[in-house]
Design a protein around this ligand. Structure first.
Ligand code: XIL
Length: 759
C-alpha cells in the first residue's frame, strides 16, 4: 500500500490538473510533459551572480557544463585532473534536483597541448583516451545522466569523418567506437551520445551522421543517442525533415536530444525578430513533445548576458530566452505555453516609494517579472478603499493636481495578460506648498574684535521647493561683516562667517538672516556678541606702599583679563629704589593675581619712588605703578631705645627706657625686669606719653616686672625722649645689678621689631 502522503500528493496533483493550475516555470511545465529542459552553465556567473543560479535552478531540470567538463579543463596535465568546477556543477544539480549532461569526452577541439604535442604512439594515445574516459566518467558514475562521448567527428563538406581531428590522425576511425566502449565500461548506466551540429534536418551532414551512428549500432558499439546541437540562425522553423530524421534515428533504436540550442539574431535586434525567435523555440519544444525518442531540450546558455554567440559570430547576438537582465523574452513565454504552462499574474511590486511635492506625489517601484503594466491606486484613508489613478507601463508615476496638506495613501499592482497581482504595501505622502525655512546653528555667536565666528544656516525645503535661495545678513553690529558660503544655493545649507574688525562695536546684537528665492523670503535670527580683543590690565590696591629699612611689605597685583585672554603672564618690577628688591608669587600665572613683596635692606635708600610693575604674556605687555616709600632709620624701623639710670642709692633706684621714633608706632610693649636683690621692692612706675599707655607690674620673690603697653587703636607719632620708668625701694642694694633687663617690641611701617638690652 502506498504511504498516505503519496495519496495526498497524487490527489493534489490531479486536482491542480483538473482545475487547470498552470505551471509557471519551464521546468515544472516540461516535467509535466515528460521533457527534460536544460541549459549550458558558464562558471563565472555560476560562481558570482546569485540571480544566475537562481534562474538556472528555477527554470531548468537538467544542466550541462559549457566548458568545465571538456578535456583541457578536466585533464590539464597528463597526470593531473581538475574536478573543481565539474564537482560544483554536479553538486548544484543534485541539490536542485536536476539531471546532468556530460560534455564532452572526445573532441578535436579544447584538448590540451601536452596531449597534441606529446609525440605519443597510437597505443599511448588510446591508453590516454581510455584513462581519461575511465577517470572522468568513472568519477561521476551514476550521477551524470548522459555523456557526449564523441563530439563533431563528421566533416562539414564530404560526408566523411573529420580527418584533421587529432584523434582520427593518431588512432584512426576506430577511435569513435573505442570511446563508446570505454565510456560504457566506466558507467554502464550512462546514456552515451554522439553529438554534432548541422545534423538536425535534411542534408549531407545529417546523412553522414546517420551513416556514422548506424555503423556504430551495427557493429554493436554502446551508443544510445544522437545530440543535435541546434545552433540556429533566426528565423528558424522546424521542418518535416527534422521529424523524418528523428524517426530514422528512432528506427535505429537511438534517442535524440537537442543539446546546444540557440537562435542567433543579426544585431540590432527588432521586436519582430524576437517574435520570430519565439516561434523557433516554440517549434523545437513542440517537436520534442511530438517525437517519442526526443526527451531532452538543452540550450547553450539561458541569458543573453552570457552567450558564446557574440564572441564567435560577429554581428550576432540575443540568441537565448532570457535577456541580459534575466527577464524572460518572448521565446521564453512561447516555450512555456508550448509546454502547456503559463505565467500567472506578475508578482506583487516591491519597493514602492512616494515623494511628496507641491500638489503632487512622485511614485516609483521595482519592476515585477513578467508584468506588462501597473495600476497605481490611491486612497485618502490608510488601507483603502483605493481608486486607480493611473495605469502605466513604466515603474514610476507622478500623481499631480493634489491638495496640499492632505495625506494620500498609495499602492501599486502589476498585471499581464494572465491577470493582476495583489496590491503592494501602502506608502503615505503629504503634498505641501513649495516652501522653505531657515535656521541657524548655533543661534548665538560670540566673537572677539579682530576675529570671526561661524554658524551653519540650514535651508529646510518642503513641497518640492527647489529654487535657489540667496542669503543676506542685516542688523550687524558696526564693524562686523557677514559672508555666506555659498551665497546662494539650491542645496540645504550654507556656512555663515561673521568677522569683527578690531574697532567693531562691542556688545550683543540680533542679526537677521534673510533667504530669498522662488518668490519667497524667509528669515531667521541669531545673536552676535562682540567682545574686546584678548587683553589684560594690572592694578595694585593700594597703589602706594611704605616699607621700613630692613623690612618688607607685600601687596596683591590684580590681573584683569578680557576678551578671553588666557595666556600666562610673567611679572617683573622696574625702577626700584636702591636696596629694594621685588618678588612675585607666582612669578607667572594664567590666573588673575600675584602677590608682590618689596624687601628693603637696612641701607635701602629712603624716600618715595614710583615702581613700575610689568606683566608680559600672549604678545602683550601691560604695567601699573606703585608709589613706594622707604622709611629711613636703620634696622630698627627708625626707633631708638636707650636705657638710662635716673637714680641709684641704697634706698631708692630708678631705671628708665627712652624712646625716639621717626615713623608712626602702631603697637608698643615695653617690659623692664628688675632683680629683687636684698631689700629691693616695687616703688612705682610712670611714662611720659600719657593715658594711651597702659601700665602694670608683677612682683615675685625673684623679680619685679614693669609693663607698659600702647592701648589698642592708639598710635604714637614721631617723637623723642619718651620715657618709661621703673622705680624701686631698697635697703642696702644699689641698682642696676646684672640681670636688670628690658624688652621693647613695637610695630612701625607695618613691621614689628624687638630691641632688648640691660641696664
Ligand atoms: C563553445 C563554448 O560555448 C565556448 O565558451 C568555448 O570557447 C568554445 O566552445 N559546439 C560545442 C560546444 O560542442 O562545446 C561549443 O562550446 C559550441 C559549439
Amino acid at each position: 500500500m502506498l504511504p498516505r502522503i503519496n495519496w495526498l500528493a497524487l490527489c493534489l496533483l490531479a486536482l491542480s490538473l483538473t482545475i487547470g493550475v498552470e505551471a509557471q516555470t519551464l521546468r515544472d511545465a516540461a516535467a509535466a510533459r515528460g521533457l527534460r529542459i536544460g541549459a549550458a552553465v558558464n562558471m563565472s556567473p555560476f560562481r558570482n551572480e546569485p540571480i544566475y543560479t537562481q534562474t538556472l535552478g528555477r527554470e531548468f531540470n537538467i544542466l550541462v557544463a559549457e566548458n568545465a567538463m571538456k578535456f583541457d579543463a578536466m585533464h590539464p596535465a597528463q597526470n593531473t585532473y581538475n574536478f573543481t568546477d565539474a564537482d560544483a556543477l554536479v553538486t548544484f544539480a543534485e541539490a536542485n534536483n536536476m539531471a546532468v549532461r556530460g560534455h564532452t569526452l572526445v573532441w578535436h577541439s579544447q584538448i590540451p597541448g601536452w596531449l597534441t604535442g606529446g609525440n605519443f604512439t597510437r597505443d599511448q594515445v588510446i591508453a590516454i583516451m581510455r584513462d581519461h574516459i575511465m577517470t572522468v566518467v568513472g568519477r561521476y558514475r551514476g550521477r551524470i545522466l548522459a555523456w557526449d562521448v564523441v563530439n563533431e567527428a563528421v566533416s562539414d563538406n564530404n560526408g566523411q569523418l573529420r580527418t584533421d581531428s587529432f584523434w582520427y590522425q593518431r588512432i584512426g576511425p576506430e577511435y569513435i567506437a573505442m570511446a563508446f566502449q570505454f565510456a560504457h565500461e566506466a558507467d554502464p548506466d550512462a546514456i552515451l551520445y554522439y553529438n554534432d551540429y548541422s545534423a538536425e534536418g535534411a542534408g549531407a551532414k545529417s546523412d553522414a551522421v546517420f551513416n556514422l551512428v548506424s555503423g556504430l549500432v551495427n557493429q554493436g558499439a554502446p551508443i544510445d543517442g544522437v545530440g543535435w546541437q541546434m545552433h540556429q540562425i533566426n528565423p528558424f522553423r522546424i521542418q518535416q525533415a527534422h521529424r523524418t530524421n528523428a524517426q530514422r534515428l528512432a528506427a535505429l533504436g537511438l534517442e535524440v536530444s537537442i543539446t546546444e540550442m540557440d537562435v542567433r539574431i543579426s544585431l540590432p535586434t527588432t521586436a519582430q525578430e524576437l517574435q520570430e525567435q519565439a516561434l523557433a523555440y516554440r517549434d523545437v519544444v513542440e517537436f520534442c513533445l511530438s517525437q517519442p525518442n526526443v526527451k531532452t531540450l538543452v540550450m547553450w546558455g539561458f541569458t543573453d548576458k552570457y552567450s558564446w554567440i557574440p564572441g564567435f559570430f560577429s554581428g550576432f547576438g540575443d540568441a537565448l530566452i532570457f535577456d541580459v537582465n534575466y527577464q524572460p523574452k518572448p521565446a521564453y513565454s512561447a516555450m512555456l505555453s508550448a509546454l502547456g504552462g503559463g505565467m500567472g499574474p506578475p508578482p506583487v511590486p516591491t519597493g514602492l516609494t512616494a515623494t511628496a511635492g507641491n500638489a503632487q506625489v512622485q511614485l516609483s517601484w521595482n519592476a515585477s517579472t513578467g508584468a506588462t503594466g501597473y495600476n497605481v491606486k490611491r486612497a485618502t484613508t490608510s488601507g483603502g478603499p483605493y481608486t486607480t489613478v493611473a495605469t502605466v507601463s513604466t515603474t514610476s508615476f507622478t500623481n499631480m493636481g493634489l491638495t496640499n496638506g492632505t495625506t494620500y495613501f498609495y499602492v501599486v499592482s502589476a498585471f499581464n495578460s494572465n491577470g493582476e497581482s495583489a496590491n503592494s504595501g501602502e506608502v503615505p505622502a503629504t503634498p505641501l506648498a513649495a516652501n522653505f525655512t531657515l535656521s541657524a546653528n548655533p543661534t548665538s555667536v560670540t566673537i572677539n574684535r579682530g576675529a570671526s565666528g561661524t554658524s551653519a544656516i540650514t535651508i529646510t525645503r518642503s513641497g518640492s521647493f527647489s529654487a535657489s535661495v540667496a542669503l543676506t545678513a542685516s542688523g550687524l553690529p558696526s564693524g562686523v561683516t557677514a559672508a555666506f558660503n555659498p551665497g546662494s544655493t539650491t542645496g540645504t545649507s550654507s556656512a555663515l562667517t561673521l568677522t569683527a574688525s578690531s574697532a567693531a562695536t562691542t556688545g550683543m546684537m540680533t542679526v537677521t538672516i534673510t533667504g530669498t528665492g522662488g518668490g519667497l523670503t524667509r528669515t531667521t535670527t541669531l545673536t552676535t556678541t562682540v567682545n574686546p580683543a584678548p587683553d589684560f590690565t594690572l592694578s595694585s590696591n593700594p597703589s602706594s606702599l611704605a616699607v621700613n629699612q630692613g623690612a618688607s611689605v607685600a601687596n596683591t597685583i590684580a590681573i584683569a583679563r578680557v576678551g578671553g585672554f588666557a595666556s600666562s603672564v610673567s611679572l617683573s618690577a622696574s625702577g626700584l629704589p636702591s636696596g629694594v628688591t621685588a618678588s612675585f608669587n607666582p612669578s607667572s600665572t594664567t590666573g588673575t593675581s600675584s602677590a608682590v613683596t618689596f624687601m628693603a635692606s637696612s641701607s635701602a635708600t629712603p624716600g618715595l619712588t614710583n615702581v613700575t610693575i610689568s606683566a608680559t604674556g600672549g604678545g602683550l605687555t601691560r604695567a601699573t605703578t606703585i608709589a613706594l616709600t622707604v622709611n629711613g632709620g636703620g634696622g630698627t624701623g627708625g626707633v631708638t631705645v636707650t636705657p638710662a639710670i635716673n637714680a641709684n642709692s641704697p634706698w631708692y633706684n630708678e631705671e628708665v627706657i627712652r624712646l625716639n621714633n621717626t615713623g608712626t608706632i602702631t603697637s608698643l610693649s615695653v617690659t623692664i625686669v628688675i632683680q629683687r636683690t636684698t631689700g629691693v621692692g616695687f616703688n612705682g612706675q610712670y611714662n611720659t606719653v600719657g593715658g594711651q599707655i597702659l601700665q602694670s607690674n608683677t612682683v615675685t620673690a625673684a623679680t619685679i616686672t614693669y609693663q607698659f603697653n600702647l592701648a589698642s587703636g592708639q598710635t604714637l607719632g614721631p617723637g623723642t625722649n619718651r620715657t618709661f620708668a621703673a622705680q624701686m625701694s631698697g635697703t642696702g642694694t644699689i641698682h642696676p645689678t646684672s640681670g636688670d633687663t628690658y624688652t621693647v617690641t613695637y610695630t612701625t611701617g607695618g613691621v614689628t621689631f624687638t630691641q632688648t638690652g640691660h641696664f
